[in-house]
Design a protein around this ligand. Sequence first.
Ligand SMILES: Cc1ncc(COP(=O)(O)O)c(C=O)c1O
Length: 469
Amino acid sequence: MKMWVLSCATPAYPAHSATVAMPTLKSPSSTSQLSFHRHDSPFVPEVTFSSLFMEFFTNPLQGNLVVKAVDSLHSEFRAVDSLVAVNSSRVLKAFKNARVGSHHFGGSTGYGHDEAGGREALDLAFAEIVGAESAIVRSQFFSGTHAITCALFAFLRPGDESIVLDKFDYQLLAVAGAPYDTLEEVIGKRDCGGLGSLKDFGVEYREVSLDEDGGLDWDALKVALKPHTKCALIQRSCGYSWRRSLSVNDIGKAIKMIKMQNPDCLVMVDNCYGEFVESIEPPAVGADLVAGSLIKNPGGTIAPCGGYVAGKKKWVEAAAARLSAPGLGIDCGSTPGDIMRTYFQGLFLSPQMVGEAIKGSFLIAEVMASKGYKVQPLPRETRHDIVQAVQLGNRERLLAFCEAVQRSSPVGSFTKPIAGTTPGYASEVIFADGTFIDGSTSELSCDGPLREPFAVYCQVSEWLILVPF
Ligand SMILES: Cc1ncc(COP(=O)(O)O)c(C=O)c1O
């Protein structure tokens, strides 16, 4: 869920659109400010509604559906608050153990050797939070795709046998169906023009398809491993597939099954969009490495760039050598300016932002399902990532939905997202994100590939934006 194309040569929407109602207060006592207090529910603001759903569907009753959804999700929201409390205290404990101090916020330049211990403290805290031996959290990771790539290349080596025989061993096995779109060229599933995919290096690839219900196919997984399967890739979140996201428990069960068949097989979890959605992370259930992006969950909407790899020390070092160079490892690489502070602050705030995003996903599922749309996950189903997918059924609706989200965003509300080609993606993609960090999706964003079933994938930490404006 990546890049977007904007048409901003001329305003896409007038500055004061007649279709966007200004907030109208129910309370006669105030006419200039929104009030977020109501006696029966702390979650429902006292406003009449012109939500993006109402704007999108132009049915005046839609606003009331949003109110009803917020009210009826009271107990789900309470459970999310408990999760936030647990995860926030885990982060706090890790910060204390790493003795995080303001001296760690200083920037560094050049090689980064002159740095005051910030990277080390952040790595320590991050490793503890995800239950790993070791972690590298670095601005030099461009994105989730880049961090995942470093982790995969850390594990996988060309098999001598396969090169001699000009026949590949099945070394990389994706156990949860197709991996995220941008990994296709990394793996060599889609031709990257000889630029150095895993396939170019002699690593063959195989997939275990998902079960009919969109979950793991346990029967197939039981017999999927070969002696030469060197790495199993598990994607926790749904990506752009109409599938279930995996619980950490399920990931643990899959890892056990994998290691029982082939104890030497290393397990790598694509953790994008899964961080802090549960109270434990995949290294705690045996993942050898996990990787993800800081402009998603663990950056708390504040980190301006970067990614992470965490897991077994040996393999984190190998991933670091892929990021930099063998021998340089993790001591190199400066973090100029104010970035270190944003990493600590973003990580600290992340459980709260993730909590808001889970609430946003409950809300979207509730409202869109009540309008008759297919949603994944289902309303009120336990969440394992922050993504809420909705099948809109055709191109026009998908474009219109993204335009409506863009209009509701704090940044670039006057612009119109345009579908287009994006590096790493085979399909045309549309992307609406009026966010403060370019390409960040954790505030209020939605996007989707222009292909069947024309599903939109929403991430909404600022879910209150959906309700009043
Ligand atoms: C499950 C999953 N994995 C990997 C990625 C790739 O992350 P990035 O866009 O940061 O490269 C995404 C992006 O949305 C994703 O959803």
